[in-house]
Write a protein that binds this ligand. Structure first.
Ligand code: PMP
Length: 405
C-alpha cells in the first residue's frame, strides 16, 4: 500500500507555504526535495563523525571512510552493478558525462571518427561531446526525433559507419518526458561493437535500473534528482572500459606512487576520484537510495505513472493548452504551452498560488528550435505528489489560460 500522505510527512519542506498557499512542488525534474532521513544524515555527519576519508587511522576518519564505502555498495545494489569498484563518485551527472567524453576522447577519438548522440539531449550530454569532437576533429551525429518526441530508430541504425566510436543517449528526456527505448539502442550499438553511455538523470528516480540487464557500458546520474543532496553524483562503467580510460583529473587519492617525474595511478574506483570527494554527500546519497528502496521503486513508478496519466488527461481538457511531447511512453515531466502566453508569465502566476513549475528551455535549446518555440512551461512529478495537487494546479492553470485568451 503506497501511503502518499504519510510519505509526504517525511519531507519537511512540503509542510511550508509559498506566497500564503501550501507549496505544490512540481519542479522535480530540476531537483527533488529531501526526506528527513537524508537531512539527519548530513547533520549527524557534520556534528558527530566528520573527518576526511581514506587518509586517517583515527576513529572518525575510519567511520567516515566506512560510510563512504557503504554508500558505494548501496549504489551498487540500487543499479545492480556487478562490482562496487565500478561505481565512481562525481559531483553530478554533468561531471560524469564530461569525465567519459574527455577521457574516451583522449584515448580513442581521432580525426574523422564519429560519435552519436540524440537530438533531444540535455546540454550536458551535448556540449561535452561538441568540445571533445572539436578537439579531436571528430564528427557528432544526431538521432532525430519526430513531432511526438519519439526517436527515429531506423535513422539511428543508418547513422553507424565504420568510423562510429561512441554513442551517448538520454534515458528519459527532461523536457519531453519521452522514455527512450534504451535497451534497443544499446543492442544496436553493440551490434556494431560500439560502446554506449546512458544519461540517467531523469530515470534513476522514476524507473528501476539494472545495468547488467541493460548491458550499457556507462550509466550516469545525479544524487539531487533522487532525493539526495546536491554536489554528489555517480558514474557507473564496466570495469573493462574504466580500466582502459586515462585519469580525468590528477591529485590526491587517485595515485599509487608519485615521484617528481612520474606517477603510478591508483586502482578503480580511486583512479577517478581525485582530491577530497563529497564524502558526506555520498553517505547521504546512500541514505536517500535506501529510502527509495524501502518504498520500492516499482511502487514509486506505479504511483508516478498514475500522476502522469491523470495530469495529462486533465491538462488536455484545457482548450488553450498544448502539450509538447506526446510519446506513448512518458515519465516524470509534462511540457506545455498556453496559447497567447509566454511560459515565464505562466510560471510567475502559478508561483503566486504556491505552485512551483519550471519555464524556459530546460537546458535543451535544440528541442525548442525543433518545435519553433522560445520555451515551455513544465510540470514534473516526484514520489510525494498527489492527484489533489494536480487538481489544484489544473484549476489555476485553466483560469490563467482563459485570462490570456
Ligand atoms: N541530463 C538530464 C536529462 C537532466 O535532466 C539534467 C538536469 N536537468 C542533467 C543532465 C544535468 O544534471 P546536473 O545539473 O545535476 O548535473
Amino acid at each position: 500500500m503506497y501511503d502518499v500522505q504519510s510519505i509526504r510527512n517525511d519531507f519537511p519542506i512540503l509542510g511550508r507555504t509559498v506566497n500564503n498557499h501550501p507549496l505544490v512542488y512540481f519542479d522535480n525534474a530540476a531537483t527533488t526535495q529531501k526526506p528527513q532521513a537524508v537531512i539527519d544524515a548530513i547533520v549527524e555527519a557534520y556534528s558527530q563523525t566528520n573527518s576526511n576519508i581514506h587518509r586517517g587511522i583515527h576513529t572518525l576518519s575510519q567511520i567516515s571512510t566506512t560510510q563512504y564505502e557503504q554508500a558505494r555498495n548501496i549504489v551498487q545494489t540500487f543499479i545492480n552493478a556487478p562490482k562496487s569498484h565500478e561505481i565512481i563518485f562525481t559531483k553530478g551527472v554533468t561531471e560524469s558525462l564530461n569525465l567519459v567524453a574527455q577521457t574516451f576522447g583522449e584515448a580513442f577519438l581521432h580525426e574523422g571518427d564519429e560519435v552519436i548522440v540524440s537530438a533531444m539531449e540535455h546540454h550536458s550530454n551535448l556540449v561535452p561531446w561538441q568540445i571533445v569532437c572539436a578537439r579531436h576533429k571528430a564528427k557528432l551525429r544526431f538521432i532525430p526525433f519526430n513531432t511526438a518526441g519519439v526517436l527515429d530508430i531506423e535513422a539511428y541504425k543508418n547513422l553507424f559507419t565504420e568510423k562510429t566510436k561512441f554513442v551517448s543517449v538520454v534515458h528519459i528526456s527532461n523536457t519531453l518526458g519521452t522514455v527512450n527505448p534504451i535497451k534497443t539502442l544499446i543492442d544496436i550499438a553493440h551490434g556494431h561493437n560500439v560502446p554506449i553511455m546512458i544519461d540517467g538523470a531523469q530515470s534513476i528516480q522514476h524507473y528501476p535500473i539494472d545495468v547488467q540487464q541493460l548491458d550499457c557500458d556507462f550509466f550516469a546520474f545525479s544524487g539531487h534528482k533522487v532525493y539526495a543532496p546536491t554536489g554528489i553524483g555517480v558514474l557507473w562503467g564496466k570495469e573493462q572500459w574504466l580500466e582502459k580510460l586515462p585519469p580525468y583529473q590528477g591529485g590526491g587519492d587517485m595515485i599509487r606512487t608519485v615521484t617528481l617525474e612520474k606517477t603510478e595511478y591508483n586502482e578503480l574506483p580511486f583512479k577517478f576520484e581525485a582530491g577530497t570527494t563529497n564524502y558526506v554527500g555520498a553517505h547521504a546519497l546512500g541514505v536517500a537510495l535506501q529510502y527509495v528502496m524501502n518504498l520500492g521503486i516499482e511502487s514509486i513508478q506505479k504511483h508516478e505513472a498514475e500522476l502522469m496519466a491523470y495530469a495529462t488527461e486533465k491538462m488536455m481538457e484545457i482548450p488553450q493548452v498544448t502539450i509538447i511531447g506526446t510519446a506513448p511512453e512518458k515519465a516524470g515531466a509534462i511540457s506545455f504551452e498556453v496559447a497567447g502566453a509566454h511560459s515565464a508569465d505562466i510560471g510567475m502566476i502559478l508561483d503566486k498560488q504556491g505552485i512551483a513549475i519550471r519555464t524556459g528551455t530546460h537546458c535543451t535549446e535544440p528541442i525548442m528550435q525543433f518545435y519553433g518555440v522560445p520555451g515551455t512551461a513544465r510540470m514534473s512529478f516526484g514520489l510525494y505528489n498527489t492527484k489533489d495537487e494536480i487538481d489544484y494546479a489544473v484549476r489555476i492553470l485553466s483560469r490563467v489560460a482563459a485570462m490570456f485568451e
